[in-house]
Design a protein around this ligand. Structure first.
Ligand SMILES: Nc1ncnc2c1ncn2[C@@H]1O[C@H](COP(=O)(O)OP(=O)(O)OP(=O)(O)O)[C@@H](O)[C@H]1O
Ligand SMILES: [Mg+2]
Length: 404
């Protein structure tokens, strides 16, 4: 059979024709799609700017409020209820509307801006219990200034809203530590925060660890909390005696800790004790309590590195129980003993609690208190003063009654 006949035969075959046509259209479509993709990528790369803000960033909540204000016409809102119970028993509830996850279009600075709020279903910020999120701003053009303007405006808006609220913060001076002890820590932290270059130039991870140790009730936790307030930092508190804390969870918590926060690990002795001690000396440590392992803790500590200053504070009542590996330089750079009250501390506390008293009374109180109890914690003194709220002389006369 001549070749042309075969071709003719094939032409009559409906499958051949259709198949041929499909392949052609398919290829063309694929090419067109590919072209469109490449074009879009090119377009995005050269004519669009985007800004992604993850929920752990400090500006995230400011931006949500900003979006709510500007996306006035959006019909898709989600609610955030804040609930605060005061010590007095008063309860304060507030509803804030925020744009819900999804796309929102905002007209700003003579430009259309697309705002996409995405929510990661699988991931929850364990610190706050809220889903992991981000917002992405997309605008036409190349001018990044627009994003700076938005961030700036969002910040101002947030600060304005904050104005009316009173944030009760414990002043650093209300925690009376032994002379120069508080200053030593504050100076060190400030020096650290102020010198990121020193660390990056030397390739040293930009983090610093502190260990405050000493008997209970002497002000370790209070001091760290007040210090955070003084620096304008928040506190990420993790208690290592929490039995549900696992390696993974600790690691995650440390990695999602907000910027500008102090990580506070309380009771670092509680989870593990010196590995050299025998199991029968330390029943708790070896009963598999907690799924946190010692090496897990060390890894998490070493892993916390970021361009932001990372400050880790640890506290313990029993420094001698800590493994040397945990408190070696690089993990703990400054150790400070916070002990029972000295004469000077007792006098200062008296003076602060009873303003207007003669300095000689301060000393009398301190002297008498120490003559009855060699070791007094600031917490005991505070409790004693509360029993004699407006009676300084009573506080002096009854020093014997300072609660053991
Ligand atoms: N140096 C201090 N100056 C003023 N108040 C203090 C001081 N130390 C403790 N207090 C008061 O005593 C209470 C307990 O203090 P805090 O929790 O800071 O002690 P701590 O050293 O962390 O104890 P623990 O080792 O048990 O955790 C707080 O209410 C705090 O106000
Ligand atoms: Mg404490």
């Amino acid at each position: 059979m001549p070749f042309s006949d075969i071709l003719d035969g094939l032409k009559d075959n409906p499958y051949f024709g259709a198949g041929f046509g499909l392949v052609g259209v398919g290829t063309a479509l694929a090419l067109a799609r590919k072209g469109a993709q490449v074009g879009m990528i090119f377009f995005r790369r050269h004519y669009m700017i985007t800004l992604e803000v993850p929920s752990r960033d400090k500006s995230y909540h400011w931006l949500l409020s900003w979006i709510t204000k500007h996306a006035k016409h959006t019909q898709h809102l989600s609610v955030e209820t804040s609930y605060q119970a005061h010590e007095s028993g008063r309860v304060h509830t507030q509803f804030d509307f925020h744009p819900s996850p999804g796309n929102h279009i905002i007209w700003y600075g003579r430009k259309w801006i697309q705002v996409e709020r995405t929510r990661e279903k699988q991931m929850v910020d364990l610190h706050t219990g809220t889903p992991w999120e981000s917002v992405t701003f997309t605008a036409l053009g190349r001018d990044r200034q627009i994003f700076f303007n938005i961030l700036q405006e969002a910040r101002e808006l947030a600060l304005k809203q904050e104005d009316g609220r009173t944030v009760i913060r414990r002043p650093l001076s209300s925690v009376v530590l032994e002379r120069r002890v508080g200053e030593r820590i504050v100076d060190d932290v400030k020096e650290f925060i102020g010198n990121p270059r020193w660390y990056t130039d030397r390739g040293i991870p930009y983090r610093r660890g502190y260990l405050l140790y000493g008997p209970p009730g002497c002000g370790k936790s209070s001091f760290i909390t007040a210090l955070a307030g003084e620096l304008g930092y928040s506190i990420c508190l993790m208690s290592l005696s929490d039995r549900t804390l696992s390696d993974d969870r600790l690691n995650h918590l440390l990695s999602v800790a907000p910027q500008q926060s102090i990580i506070l690990l309380e009771d670092v002795d509680a989870a593990f004790v010196n590995r050299e001690l025998l199991p029968n000396e330390n029943p708790l440590a070896f009963q598999g309590m907690g799924r946190l392992t010692f090496s897990g803790l060390l890894n998490s500590l070493d892993g916390v590195a970021s361009s932001e200053a990372r400050i880790v504070f640890m506290t313990t009542n029993y420094i001698e129980r800590l493994d040397a590996a945990l408190i070696r330089p690089g993990r703990v750079d400054l150790k400070q003993y916070i002990g029972h009250c000295s004469h000077w501390q007792l006098a200062q506390m008296f003076g602060r609690f009873y303003p207007g008293q003669a300095a000689s009374d301060w000393d009398t109180f301190a002297e008498r208190a120490l003559s009855v109890h060699a070791e007094i914690s600031a917490a005991q003194v505070q409790g004693h003063f509360l029993l004699h709220k407006s009676d300084p002389q009573g506080a002096i006369d009854n020093v014997k009654q300072i609660q053991e």
